[in-house]
Design a protein around this ligand. Structure first.
Ligand code: P6P
Length: 334
């Protein structure tokens, strides 16, 4: 019985499209997949292996760290530091760039990741995920500095997320569309289950944390107010709202049935440009969304065109169904 296209087979067939591909990238992606399977196992066992709850530490974001934030960060590091594909790694959970230990060879890629996005949901058993972005090292085989990571999103070689939900899925792009794979635990392989994912251009579903409403800028206030007016208002149709507080789950819903996700700039903390981080949340998700026919913007500019100023830089994010995002961008222009 044929198991279906495995992720390994898919990557090797993809590699044939990439001129000069040496197999390095395939090797790196396979190591990321091992890390994701390891994280899926830990997340799914949860309380049974004592990984729930918070530590009394904070990350650079000033957010309380969950035990699983640190555990999953370790899993990403340990599974990807040894093979000689990377010149450095960076993560939401680490203040500085992670240098590849000198006992291992250096490679030609950089990886930046959020090891457990939405981790505030892990104790209440709501879906969480891992987000990763792969860039080319500016100088291959040289230990990467922070500056090496500050590349615009259009330079990404690959972006992906794992979603630890009712099933564990991996969604991936290398710039040739978006493909989704579901983990078959019986054989320990990701199987191609959602080929060539596309975001519907229109939607009636918006996602935003409405408790921040009083802090939003005028264009977002206007857009959401019109959604709430529904068929009696200028949009002439009713909308639905979702907020999971897990970006991976929101983006996956949008890839599956359309929608618009917004974490806009708000005046709650004028010093912050937004909540989400450019390098390991906004950029990888923007690459995936654009490759699936969607749009991703700060409201004022295309996220993937931005040149990062620092590793943990925050940006406003408005992404999803092309025609709906363009309504919001129109309000920002007027
Ligand atoms: P709030 C999770 O912490 C996260 O970074 C995203 O995954 C999610 O969309 C957002 O923050 C949730 O933010 O303010 O609703 O808790």
């Amino acid at each position: 019985m044929h198991t279906g296209t495995t992720l390994t087979q898919f990557i090797i067939e993809e590699q044939r499209h990439i001129a000069g591909a040496t197999g390095e990238f395939t090797g790196l992606l396979n190591d990321v997949v091992v890390a994701i399977k390891t994280i899926s196992n830990a997340v799914n066992k949860g309380a049974l292996i004592g990984v729930m709850g918070a530590l009394d530490s904070e990350n650079i974001q000033g957010e309380t760290q969950k035990k699983l934030d640190v555990i999953t960060n370790e899993m990403m590091i340990r599974n990807n530091e040894w093979a000689g594909h990377l010149a450095g790694m960076a993560s939401e959970e680490m203040d500085e760039v992670y240098p590849i230990p000198t006992k291992y060879p250096l490679g030609k890629y950089l990886m930046v990741f959020d090891p457990l996005d939405g981790s505030s949901n892990v104790d209440i058993n709501i879906s969480v995920g891992t987000i990763f972005s792969i860039l080319r090292a500016q100088v291959p085989n040289r230990a990467a500095s922070e500056a090496d990571f500050l590349q615009p999103g259009v330079k990404q070689v690959c972006a992906g997320y794992a979603l630890y939900g009712s099933s564990t899925m991996l969604v991936l792009t290398t710039g040739h569309g978006v493909n989704g794979f579901t983990l078959d635990r019986d054989i320990g392989e990701f199987i191609l289950s959602h080929p060539d994912m596309k975001i519907p251009a229109d939607t009636k579903e918006f996602a935003i944390n409405a408790s921040n409403q009083r802090f939003w800028e005028a264009p977002v206030q206007r857009y959401v107010a019109e959604c709430l007016e529904g068929s009696t208002g200028p949009r002439g149709r009713d909308f639905n709202m979702r907020w999971v507080a897990s970006m991976v789950a929101e983006v996956h819903r949008i890839l599956t049935r359309g929608g618009i996700f917004m974490y806009p700039r708000d005046t709650k903390d004028p010093g912050k440009a937004g909540k989400l981080r450019l390098l390991y949340e906004a950029n990888p998700m923007s690459f995936i969304v654009e490759q699936a026919g969607g749009v991703s913007s700060t409201g004022y500019e295309r996220i993937m065109d931005m040149t990062p100023e620092s590793l943990h830089q925050r940006v406003p994010v408005i992404l999803g169904s092309k025609n709906e995002v363009e309504v919001v961008l129109g309000y920002h222009k007027s």
